[in-house]
Ligand binder design. Structure first.
Ligand SMILES: *Cc1c(COP(=O)(O)O)cnc(C)c1O
Length: 392
């Protein structure tokens, strides 16, 4: 019989619909921000990763325009051919300085940084230990590398220690998100550093949600815990979240960066980011360094939200970051609440399996420095009405 692709796809899509896991996209016709225009309707958004409110900052828009005037639009080639412009180079130097590491290397996205880095550094002879709740790109990267992948219970350094004790493996990597993207909690990095050092394992940290946001100077979870390049030799940061632009970087030793330039396939075989984006990201770095009020304001919003949500008896998850999920459990219910919120002008996405473990569907609330305390009051009052109605 002929291979009927359409029939296969239709059945897969139907199944996805039946399991209430069908995903659809919203078309946003305004710049990214807390007040979005969606299908011609204004919505107050609590869904973006634009934590510092830089994605549509006038200084970034201006820098992008300037960058385009100076460098054009496309980079035209990969970094190793003719795509590596002065703007990329300057940003790499600035990121190395910002993270207080010898070098940094730009990638086109965090997904590519993780795939390229892990597969360049590890192989069949290695064991990779990953937190069960790590970002999908870190899981996919381990598969691609050909190493043995083991997932340890979330933030459970004791369990990880035991596994490392039992295994007589000489080449182990420990890989973790620094801030967990769907939970908002912070990995116990000092304990992971100890575990890594005790078992002679290499620790890699993906700080996609911490860089720019956490730490007095916004240098992320590494700064928050007072760690450095010796105890966390591989650090990944992304630019599409707090930085408000696009792309990602790996920061570490000269040997690490040179190895990635030679061997990371997602670095070598892809077109470099538009240089104007790199140019604009230099302005993000300046704002991150000079406008600490953005981080301080976020902390005020988080405190206000948590105390208000507690008073309402909402099922908050333990988080001190701008990611403040409300645990719902059932996917259908999470979808229902998300839709009810939207009818009242509040945009919060319901996060369902397989993005999160079964039975832990949630509303992922994320704050931005562009939210006001007024916005938080509005959010709390709508949550109160929607979630209460739902109980009855
Ligand atoms: C978003 C995210 C990525 C992917 O970064 P992109 O630049 O969006 O591809 C990687 N790791 C973590 C932990 C993330 O949250």
């Amino acid at each position: 019989m002929a291979f009927d692709l359409t029939a296969r796809l239709t059945s897969g899509l139907t199944q996805q619909k039946e399991q209430l896991l069908y995903r659809s996209r919203k078309v946003i016709d305004s710049p990214q921000g807390v007040e979005l225009q969606c299908d011609g309707k204004p919505l107050l958004s609590f869904c973006s990763n634009d934590y510092l409110g830089l994605a549509n900052h006038p200084a970034l828009v201006k820098a992008l325009k300037k960058g385009a005037e100076r460098y054009g639009v496309g980079s035209g080639a990969s970094h190793l051919i003719t795509g590596h412009s002065y703007a990329h180079h300057a940003l790499e130097e600035a990121l190395a300085e910002f993270t207080q590491r010898p070098r940094a290397l730009l990638f086109s996205s965090g997904y590519m940084a993780n795939l390229g880095t892990i597969s360049a550094l590890s192989g069949k002879q290695d064991v990779i230990h990953e937190d069960r709740l790590n970002h999908a790109s870190l899981m996919d990267a381990a598969k691609l590398s050909g190493a043995t992948m083991r997932r340890y219970p979330h933030n459970d350094t004791e369990a990880l220690n035991k596994r490392l004790e039992k295994s007589n493996h000489h080449h182990s990597f420990i890989i973790t998100d620094a801030v967990f993207s769907m939970d908002g909690d912070i990995a116990p990095l000092p304990q992971l550093v100890k575990t890594a050092s005790r078992h002679n394992a290499i620790l890699m940290v993906d700080d996609a949600h911490g860089i720019g946001v956490i730490g007095k100077h916004g240098r992320g979870c590494i700064e928050h815990f007072g760690l450095n390049n010796d105890n966390v030799p591989i650090l990944v940061g992304t630019l599409g979240k707090a930085f408000g632009t696009s792309g990602a970087f790996v920061a570490g030793s000269d040997e690490l960066i040179e190895t990635l330039i030679q061997r990371a396939r997602t670095y070598i075989y892809t077109t470099a980011l538009p240089p104007a984006i790199a140019h604009a990201t230099l302005t993000s770095l300046k704002l991150i360094a000079t406008e600490a009020w953005r981080r301080e304001h976020l902390q005020t919003l988080i405190k206000r939200f948590r105390s208000g949500a507690q008073q309402l008896g909402l099922n908050l998850m333990p988080s001190t970051t701008p990611i403040q999920p409300l645990l719902i459990g059932d996917s259908c219910e999470a979808m229902y609440i998300s839709e009810a919120l939207q009818q009242q002008g509040i945009l919060i996405s319901a996060i369902r399996p397989p993005t999160v473990p079964d039975g832990t569907a949630r509303l992922r609330i994320a704050f931005s420095a562009n939210h006001s305390e007024q916005h938080i009051e509005q959010l709390l009052s709508v949550l109160d009405s929607v979630i209460k109605h739902d109980d009855k």
